[in-house]
Ligand binder design. Structure first.
Ligand SMILES: CC(C)(COP(=O)(O)OP(=O)(O)OC[C@H]1O[C@@H](n2cnc3c(N)ncnc32)[C@H](O)[C@@H]1OP(=O)(O)O)[C@@H](O)C(=O)NCCC(=O)NCCS
Length: 187
């Protein structure tokens, strides 16, 4: 009960000191506390597409993100203070959660945010009683592959000619992570 209260208190409490240091002297504020997660909103899509266009050769257009929200995919963003720095999208079905997109803004990459964002997606998948988390990745993306392997994902197959590429198509490596069963509270 106390944990729940603290959670909601943190959600609604405005901390002026934290905001001041976050904006004007981030090294004092401590980066860990500056990161938060929330469901994606339509008004985020502009910032998301701006990131998308910096990181992918074949970025998703705005309407794809709109469709993901309309269809009911679980769409989350990661913010550093009030700047959108990453996003992740999950689809759910038959006990499986599928990572459709996970992305961190280039200027915040390689600082542990991708790992934290994936942990958030794992938490969301678990809350929705998923037993497995699946994703596809390009073989030409060693940074992402390193992250997934280091988080316990296993390579389970290859989807031939899955992605568009500069010349023709590129295969996708399929990765899977078994999720632990959600602990029962005895009720
Ligand atoms: C993949 C991605 C989400 C990872 O996010 P990130 O914030 O950079 O990742 P992290 O900082 O949490 O780093 C995770 C691991 O990758 C390693 N890493 C980071 N940058 C790297 C680089 N340029 N090359 C190789 N490894 C790198 C880190 O060292 C870390 O490993 P470690 O914990 O063993 O040291 C991010 O790079 C990204 O958005 N890429 C573009 C979009 C994309 O490719 N998404 C995945 C599609 S399947």
């Amino acid at each position: 009960m106390t944990a729940l209260f603290d959670f909601f208190k943190k959600l609604v409490t405005y901390d002026a000191d934290r905001d001041f240091y976050a904006k004007f002297n981030p090294s004092v504020a401590g980066d860990r506390d500056l990161i938060s997660y929330r469901p994606m909103r339509a008004s985020d899509i502009r910032s998301i597409v701006a990131i998308e266009e910096q990181v992918y050769n074949f970025p998703w257009p705005a309407h794809t993100f709109n469709d993901c929200m309309k269809i009911g995919y679980l769409c989350w963003v990661c913010e550093r203070v009030d700047e959108l720095v990453g996003y992740g999208i999950l689809s759910l079905g038959a006990g499986e959660a599928h990572v459709m997109n996970i992305c961190v803004s280039p200027k915040y990459q390689n600082q542990g945010l991708g790992r934290r964002l994936m942990n958030k997606l794992i938490e969301v998948a678990l809350e929705n009683r998923s037993k497995t988390l699946l994703l596809e990745v390009r073989p030409s993306n060693p940074h992402a592959i390193h992250l997934y392997l280091s988080m316990g994902f296993s390579e389970i197959g290859v989807r031939k000619n899955y992605y568009p590429a500069r010349e023709g198509r590129e295969d996708a490596l399929m990765f899977s992570l078994a999720l632990p069963p959600k602990p029962s509270n005895g009720g």
